[in-house]
Design a protein around this ligand. Structure first.
Ligand code: RTP
Ligand code: MG
Length: 143
């Protein structure tokens, strides 16, 4: 299996719940290493730019407002099969459909307020990592 990198965001609701450490622990237990991280408050431009793929969707405005509503923790996760593994640990977008023990089952309150983001494919992972981090800000664990 290939070593991959993926972009993860702990969204404002989960930061406000004070569960950054709990979520980091789940990543690490799943074999994912945090190789870059930054806390920031997204500007409207950043939130709209990051979710530009959804700009025609009815939930876009609410999504942007929510992502700007408080600080987020942004990290690059590295490990074997990291993109799929992170999405497995996250659980389904809608917490009502998320498997027990997943981050969204435990911390998300609705489909819009759903605790975490994770890249969904190699190409989007690359774009999303570049959106937040310069190459020299990433500290690879693998050789
Ligand atoms: P994410 O991008 O945040 O990791 O989530 P995802 O892949 O599981 O879901 P995606 O389809 O990419 O949607 C992005 C985010 O938009 C919000 N959403 N709201 N109200 C709605 O029907 C609705 N649908 C999607 C969610 O917060 C979702 O995470
Ligand atoms: Mg998505």
């Amino acid at each position: 299996m290939a070593v991959e990198r993926t972009l993860s965001i702990i969204k404002p609701d989960a930061v406000a719940k004070n569960v950054i450490g709990d979520i980091y622990s789940r990543f690490e237990k799943a074999g994912l290493s945090i190789v870059a991280a930054r806390m920031l408050q997204l500007s409207r431009e950043q939130a709209e730019g990051f979710y530009a793929v959804h700009k025609e969707r009815p939930f876009f405005k609410d999504l942007v407002e929510f992502m700007m509503s408080g600080p987020v923790m942004v990290q690059v996760l590295e490990g074997e099969n990291a993109i799929a593994k992170n999405r497995e640990v996250m659980g389904a977008t809608n917490p009502k459909e998320a498997a027990p023990g997943t981050i969204r089952a435990d911390f998300a309150s609705s489909i819009g307020t759903n605790a975490v983001h994770g890249s969904d494919a190699p190409e989007t992972a690359k774009q999303e990592i570049e959106f937040f981090f310069k190459p020299e800000e990433i500290c690879p664990r693998s050789r």
